[in-house]
Write a protein that binds this ligand. Structure first.
Ligand code: ADP
Length: 295
């Protein structure tokens, strides 16, 4: 008898405590949990509380990660903007200084200030793009001939390639169209970024070859192959991180923002496709990405 009275008392006590929890605003966003108040099934209830706690825990973790990401991003951005900004300011202040009256020197410093401002504008342009990509990208997918798009990009990049006497060509002659389904403008950006890198880090008198081949029944793969400086194996895994550069001074000299490959990765992954790299230091690199064939 006293056992049953004890059990009954315990049950009432627990219900009372749970009632307080339910009446708090903790479950305001969990109406289904709150609805159970009238008829508590303890087995079920404990499982649900556990799930609820796990969900909240992972939400808090996500918020922490996002916060760390934002903090790192702001730190990286201000670090990247500082150098060209202060360099340009330094040259302009020198030109403004009354004691500098040599017009040739003034011209030289103004050109240097202009170069730093150009760098600033590359970085801001790429930052703008990455911010748009990270805040959710809408794809405008159409069917188009990837070979024709590559030819268009060859034309855009021709002047830059000529400066280093780098040949831009298809690896194998192909005059037939290869139809893919993707966001044409964004894929054009991917090819521009990869070709631009193959020139920046390519050897004088070298070449950049593009090959489009079948990857799977539904996919093609586009390879951008250069015979430039190449990348040491230990750096390959971090290459697609924003602001990661193997050789900082070479990247800066070439007008790099450190965001080109991060942009490539975002665009390719938004298409649910893959991007990969093979490279040998001193021999060259091949950057590849897949695309869905148009059916
Ligand atoms: P960046 O603006 O510095 O070129 P990216 O994100 O495009 O930034 O590339 C990141 C880094 O990867 C570069 O700084 C460079 O060190 C390396 N890299 C990219 N493409 C190539 C390539 N084709 N050959 C050698 N190194 C490359």
């Amino acid at each position: 008898m006293s056992y049953f009275i004890y059990i009954f008392g315990m049950k009432k006590f627990i219900e009372l405590q749970l009632g307080r929890v339910y009446e708090s605003n903790l479950f305001d966003n969990e109406p289904s949990l709150k609805a159970d108040l009238e008829d508590v099934d303890f087995e079920n209830f404990i499982d649900r509380i556990r799930n609820f706690a796990e969900t909240k825990h992972s939400e808090i973790e996500q918020l922490h990660n996002r916060d760390d990401f934002r903090r790192d991003f702001i730190g990286d951005v201000s670090h990247e903007l500082k150098t060209p900004l202060f360099t340009a300011q330094g040259y302009l202040l020198t030109v403004l200084d009354d004691s500098l009256d040599d017009p040739l020197l003034q011209q030289k410093y103004l050109e240097r200030a202009n170069k730093s401002i150009e760098r600033l504008s590359y970085i801001v342009k790429d930052l703008d793009m990455i911010a748009k990509l990270e805040s959710g990208m809408k794809l405008d997918q159409t069917e188009f001939n990837i070979n024709a798009t590559i030819k268009d990009v060859f034309e855009i990049m021709e002047i830059r390639a000529n400066k280093k006497n780098i040949t831009l060509a298809f690896k194998e002659a192909n005059n037939y169209p290869i139809l893919v389904k993707a966001d044409k403008e964004k894929i054009e950006q991917v090819i521009i970024n990869l070709l631009s890198n193959s020139i920046k880090y390519g050897s004088v008198n070298g070449s950049t070859l593009i090959n489009v081949s079948t990857h799977s029944i539904h996919q093609v793969v586009v390879d951008v192959i250069d015979n430039g400086v190449g990348i040491d194996h230990k750096n390959l895994s971090r290459l697609f991180e924003r602001f990661y550069r193997v050789d900082k001074s070479r990247s800066r000299d070439q007008g790099g923002s450190g965001l080109g490959l991060a942009i490539v990765k975002h665009i390719v992954e938004a298409h649910e496709q893959e991007v990969f790299v093979h490279s040998q230091l001193g021999e060259g690199s091949t950057f590849s990405f897949t695309l869905n064939k148009a059916i």
